[in-house]
Ligand binder design. Structure first.
Ligand code: PLP
Length: 427
C-alpha cells in the first residue's frame, strides 16, 4: 500500500519537487509532505488514514470547514447543469451583487480564477488608468507570482526591487519599488521623489505572507492620503483577508476605501474564483469597455461561482464572525499559555479567523522582525503537532486559519497537543 513516504517518492518522479505549489512541500521543516485523501469539517485525512485538525484550510478558503453540505449541494446542482459555457451566466451577476453589497468600495467587479491573475490585472489596470509606470509594494507582502510583483528589496534606503525569482528580467521589475511594511515615513519620502510616476500602491492591510503582521493604522491611512494627494491608486489585496478577518474585509477594520480591491480564497469557497473590483471609473477602463486588456477562458466558471456564492451567503449568518474570532482567539490564547508554562519564547495573535504564531519574544511589526523567528524551535513544534494529528502550515513564515467548524473540543485537543510539543521544544 502507498504511504506518504512512498507517494512522495513517486510524486517526485513526475511532478517538480513532488508538489504543484511550493508551499505544500516540507522544504523548511523536512520530511515528506502529507498526501491528503479526504476532509470533513475541521479535519483532513491523509493516504495513511491518519486524521489531522486542519489549521491551513487550503490556505484560507475553507472558512466554513471542509465539505459544508449546503456548499456541496450547490456545487452538485451546478455540475448537473454543465461544467462551463464560456458565455455570460446569471450566477456571475449574483456573486458580483453579493460582493458589492458586502464591500462598499466595490462598484464593479471582474472575476478571474486565481489571486495571481487578480493582482496582475489590478496592476495593469492601475497603470492603464493613470498612464504611469511605477508601482509600490512592500517587502514581505505577496500578491501572486506575476513577473512585476516577484521582487525583493534591493540594498539602500530608497529601493528599486530586484527580481526574487529566476526567469524575471530586471527590466520587468525596474518600475517596482519595494518599501518597508509599516514605515509611513519611507512611503512619504518615496512619493515626494517619484509621486508623479507612481501608478499605484499595492498592500496587504493585514499581511499574511510573512507569518501574520497587521498593518499599523497610521501606515494604512498615510498610504490612502498619499495616493489621493499624488493621483495614484490604492490597491488593497484582500485575497487572504477578504471575508476572513471580518465580513467586510480588512478595509472595514481600518476604515479605508481602496480604489481597487483584490479577492480570492474565501470568495471561491474552495474552488478557483478570485476577483478584482473597485471604482466604476477605474473598472470601466477594462476590456470590453476600455483599453486595458484582461480575459479568461474559465473566468466566472459556473461550478466555481456556485461554490463561492453559497459560501458568501453562509458567512452572513448572524454571529458568524463573532464566533469565528472567538474561536481563533481561544486557540492563540491557549497556545500562548501552553508555551509560557513550558518556558518557550513564543507569542501569538489573531485578527478575525486568521492567526500568527511566532517563535519570538514579542509579536513582529514587520518583515525584519519575522525574519528573526526561531526556525529550529518552530520545526520541532511543527513535527510534534503533526505527529499528534494537528496540521499547521509547514513554515514559520505562514499565517494560519480557523474555520467555523473548529469547535471548543477541537481547540482544546489542539492545546493539549501543544503542551506536549512545547515541552519538546523546551527540552
Ligand atoms: N494575494 C495574497 C494576499 C495571497 O495570499 C495570495 C496567495 O496566497 C495571492 C495573492 C495569490 O493567490 P493565488 O495563489 O490564488 O494565485
Amino acid at each position: 500500500m502507498d504511504t506518504n513516504d512512498s507517494l512522495f517518492e513517486r510524486a517526485r518522479q513526475s511532478i517538480p519537487g513532488g508538489v504543484n505549489s511550493p508551499v505544500r512541500a516540507f522544504g523548511s521543516v523536512g520530511g515528506a509532505p502529507r498526501f491528503m485523501k479526504k476532509a470533513q469539517g475541521p479535519y483532513m485525512w491523509d493516504e495513511d488514514g491518519k486524521r489531522y485538525i486542519d489549521y491551513i484550510g487550503s490556505w484560507g478558503p475553507m472558512i466554513l470547514g471542509h465539505n459544508n453540505p449546503e456548499v456541496i449541494r450547490a456545487v452538485h446542482e451546478a455540475v448537473d447543469m454543465g461544467l462551463t459555457f464560456g458565455c455570460a451566466t446569471q450566477r456571475e451577476i449574483l456573486i458580483a451583487e453579493e460582493i458589492k453589497k458586502l464591500i462598499p468600495s466595490i462598484e464593479e467587479v471582474r472575476l478571474v480564477s486565481s489571486g495571481t491573475e487578480a493582482g496582475m490585472s489590478a496592476i495593469r489596470l492601475a497603470r492603464g488608468y493613470t498612464g504611469r509606470n511605477k508601482i509600490i509594494k512592500f517587502e514581505g507582502c505577496y500578491h501572486g507570482h506575476s513577473d512585476s510583483l516577484l521582487v525583493k528589496a534591493g540594498s539602500g534606503m530608497l529601493t528599486f526591487g530586484n527580481p526574487s525569482s529566476a526567469g524575471v528580467p530586471a527590466g520587468v521589475t525596474e518600475h517596482t519599488l519595494v518599501l518597508e511594511y509599516n514605515n509611513p515615513e519611507q512611503l512619504k519620502e518615496v512619493f515626494e521623489q517619484y509621486g508623479d510616476d507612481i501608478a499605484c500602491v499595492i498592500v496587504e492591510a493585514v499581511a499574511g505572507n510573512m507569518n501574520m503582521v497587521p498593518g499599523k493604522p497610521e501606515f494604512i491611512h498615510a498610504m490612502r492620503e498619499l495616493c489621493t494627494q499624488y493621483g495614484a491608486l490604492l490597491i488593497v489585496d484582500e485575497v487572504m483577508t477578504g471575508f476572513r478577518v471580518a465580513l467586510q474585509g480588512a478595509q472595514s477594520l481600518y476604515g479605508v476605501t481602496p480604489d481597487i480591491t483584490m479577492f480570492g480564497k474565501v470568495i471561491g469557497g474552495g474552488m478557483p474564483v478570485a476577483a478584482f473590483g473597485g471604482r466604476r471609473d477605474v473598472m470601466e477602463k477594462i476590456a470590453p469597455c476600455g483599453p486595458v486588456y484582461q480575459a479568461g477562458t474559465l473566468s466566472g466558471n459556473p461550478v466555481a461561482v456556485a461554490c463561492g456564492l453559497k459560501t458568501l451567503q453562509l458567512i452572513q449568518e448572524p454571529g458568524f464572525y463573532e464566533r469565528l474570532s472567538q474561536q481563533t482567539k481561544k486557540l492563540v490564547e491557549g497556545l500562548t499559555a501552553a508555551a509560557k508554562e513550558a518556558g518557550v519564547a513564543f507569542c501569538a495573535q489573531s485578527v478575525g479567523g486568521m492567526f500568527g504564531l511566532y517563535f519570538l519574544d514579542k509579536c513582529p511589526e514587520g518583515f525584519n522582525d519575522v525574519m528573526k523567528s526561531d526556525t529550529k524551535r518552530f520545526n520541532v513544534f511543527f513535527h510534534s503537532m503533526l505527529d499528534q494529528g494537528v496540521y499547521f502550515a509547514p513554515s514559520v513564515f505562514e499565517a494560519g486559519f480557523v474555520s467555523i467548524a473548529h469547535t471548543d473540543e477541537v481547540i482544546e485537543e489542539t492545546i493539549k497537543a501543544a503542551k506536549v510539543a512545547f515541552a519538546k521544544v523546551a527540552a
